[in-house]
Structure formats: C-alpha cells, structure tokens
Design a protein around this ligand. Sequence first.
Ligand SMILES: [Zn+2]
Length: 175
Amino acid sequence: MAIRPILLHPDSRLKKRAAPIGVPTNAHRALAEDMLATMYDAPGIGLAAPQVGVLERMIVMDCEKEEGATPRPLVLIDPEIAWSSEERNVYEEGCLSIPEQFADVERPSAVTVRWTDPGGERREETFDGLWATCVQHEIDHLDGVLFIDHVGPMKRQLITRKALKMKKERAREAS
Ligand SMILES: [Zn+2]
C-alpha cells in the first residue's frame, strides 16, 4: 500500500476519458488500496484513478465524515449512473486536484449507481446526500470533467488562475 501523488489542475490527464476495466485484476486491487490510502491521507472523501495518473474507470470514496463514525470505504469499478432523481440540490464542492478552491454545484440529489467491486461482483446502490454528490463528482473525473466545469466561465477562470498559481508554488517548494 502506498500513497500516490495527486495530479493538480490544470493537467491534461485530468481532461481525458478513462478506459473501462471489465474484470478487475490483482493490479487493480492494489491500485484500489493505494487510492484509499491516498484519499484518507489527503484527507478527502473521494478519489478517481485519473487523479493519480491512471486513466482507468475506478473511483474510491468514504463519505462517513462524522467523528467516531465507522469508516465505509467503497471501491467502484466501471461505475454507471442508472437513475438520477429529478430533485436537485446544491453542495459546495472541492477537489483534491484543485486544493483550497470551492464552488456551489447543482446536481441530482439522489442517484442509483451500478458498478463492479474489486472481487468482480456487480453491485447497485442508491446514494443520497453527500454520498450522491461525491459519487457524481468522482464519476465525472472518469469522463475528464471537473466540478469547475459545472460553474460559470468567470468562476471557472478565477479558480483555474488560483489553482495554477498554487501548482507553481508547490512545484517551487518541492524543488
Ligand atoms: Zn475531484
């Protein structure tokens, strides 16, 4: 298990469509463990494989944020949204690839998702609340879509300018 570096926006790999996985291998199970470790370390509630530079359709999440809550790590391979509620709600979203930037994003308030688990079993679950927002945000990453693609162009440009500045600062600190 290893913590992997998280790609920071802007990065062309965050704009690409990730490839389906099909039957998960041991390498995919190892990647899932690394992604969960990386997500908890950040800390964050969701992470998609393209964020660690792997252009395959896998996401991990755990939205049990309350202190003392039992962790609920989920690994979703080839996730698909099978149903979306007509009711929508707005959450202030952030992203591990766009540190310290947040924006209100409106999405369906509940979604039913089908996916393959690391053991190769097909699963289905209906998510609501923060889980629904998170799973849609992470599935977007598999299609090269960031949360800032859901906000107006002015806000998107502002966040991208700030993100680019932070990315340069971090690169300078690391060198
Ligand atoms: Zn994200």
